[in-house]
Design a protein around this ligand. Structure first.
Ligand SMILES: C[S@@+](CC[C@H](N)C(=O)[O-])C[C@H]1O[C@@H](n2cnc3c(N)ncnc32)[C@H](O)[C@@H]1O
Length: 391
């Protein structure tokens, strides 16, 4: 049996997620904020008309998206007929305002766009590509499914994901991880594992056997660092527009003033450099179709780059006594961040226009790109998701 067949068999036996789906939908599933996806992935565009949920399992992701965007047309696909049957049943019992179209489809099928109708504004694919041995063709099929200006959200395993270590470890104690049973021995071993990894991030001992069997001890994993995922995506014409962990990681470097060696680097490059130093267990990344010079964060002295205020942050200006200068206090509820930036009066004036109208006024360059210090502010703001580039 190939790894793909084993994966399918595993999800047929145990559709994902298991029993507590209603609770998961209630707390928003594991997806990052849809506001973030829209602001960074599709700046300057209305809410999506058509969304594809690729590898939807029993439908949590699709139901969460339906709540946020009640009018969108949502198509959700999975290659496990049993998972799709569960999703359809749940939909019938919930009686959604606008039904989601649940379909059985394989993401590796070159005719994915024909099967799903294509023309999507947003594709979400959470926790799926890590189980597909060759994800590159899937990334190409996604491109064929996208409308111009659309975005792709990917949630994929990172290098420090415990999957590759936990499975052989359990096998070493004689456990059958293929036919995993919810036995006492399994719980004892998971308790031991958790106690040895007391990082407060994961608590395997309390996870359902079905989740453990398919998602943690499954037959195949691409537990790749950011640079591998990024290079796979680049080869298929995608460019990294945002990475969920980036604002939090960057904040750590800014707080102690250690960020200077990172400058300048585009969003994707920046995320790679940080991931190399501190490998993530899971990457949540937003991709757009690559354009020449598209999302690079380097600013020339006469930069014509068009920046967009993302609306993810609020801004308040505090005057600094005696200096004629102000500090912009930026707050982002999504990332629970607060950052203070001392600015010149010219910067304050242009920033007010950026906040009110979404884009800088003409002549903004004289305040923002003439010195390295101010170029660095824009560069940091792009990494933090305060601003993003328009194509
Ligand atoms: C971990 S689950 C994630 C489900 C959903 N995205 C979520 O986050 O709730 C992975 C899903 O990917 C599906 N899957 C894996 N390979 C696939 C493929 N080649 N085509 C379609 N679905 C696939 C599995 O059947 C499974 O339902």
């Amino acid at each position: 049996m190939t790894a793909a067949e084993q994966t399918k068999r595993s999800y047929e036996q145990r559709p994902y997620p298991g029993p507590d789906l209603a609770r998961l939908v209630g707390k928003g599933g594991s997806l990052p904020s849809l506001k973030w996806m829209q602001a960074i992935g599709r700046p300057d565009q209305p809410e999506p008309d058509r969304v594809l949920v690729a590898g939807c399992g029993t439908g949590v992701e699709a139901f969460v998206i339906r709540r946020r965007w009640p009018k969108a047309e949502i198509v959700a696909v999975d290659f496990s007929p049993r998972s799709i049957a569960v999703a359809r049943r749940l939909q019938r019992s919930a009686g959604a305002v606008r039904p989601i179209t649940f379909l059985v489809a394989d993401l590796t099928d070159p005719e994915l766009a024909e099967h799903t109708g294509g023309r999507f504004d947003l594709i979400t694919c959470h926790g799926v590509l890590s189980y597909i041995p060759e994800p590159r063709p899937v990334l190409t099929h996604f491109a064929a499914c996208l409308r111009p200006g659309g975005a792709l959200y990917l949630g994929v395993n990172g290098q420090s994901h415990p999957a590759t270590r936990l499975r052989p470890w359990l096998e070493r104690f004689g456990l059958d991880v293929v036919e995993m049973k919810d036995e006492r021995r399994l719980r004892e071993l998971l308790g031991l594992w958790d106690c040895l990894h007391d990082d407060g991030v994961r608590d395997f001992a309390s996870m359902s056997a079905s989740y453990l069997a398919s998602d943690v001890c499954g037959p195949h994993f691409n537990n790749w660092p950011m640079d591998r995922w990024r290079s796979e995506a680049n080869r298929c014409g995608w460019e990294v527009a945002g990475v969920w962990l980036l604002p939090l990681a960057l904040r750590l470097t800014i707080e102690r003033g250690n960020h200077l060696p990172l400058f300048p680097a585009g969003v994707g490059e920046l995320a790679e450099r940080l991931d190399q130093a501190r490998p993530a267990g899971f990457h949540k990344m937003l991709l757009r179709r690559a354009k020449p010079g598209g999302l690079d964060l380097e600013f020339g002295r006469n930069s014509e780059r068009r920046l967009r205020w993302t609306g993810l942050y609020s801004v308040r200006f505090v005057k600094r006594r005696g200096s004629g200068r102000s500090t912009a206090v930026l707050r982002c509820p999504i990332f629970n961040l607060r950052l203070d930036w001392p600015l010149t009066s010219g910067q304050v004036g242009t920033l007010r226009t950026l906040v009110d109208f979404g884009v800088f006024p003409t002549g903004w360059q004289s305040h923002w790109v003439r010195s390295e210090a101010s170029r660095r502010i824009l560069w940091l703001w792009a990494g933090l998701g305060v601003v993003t580039f328009l194509e």
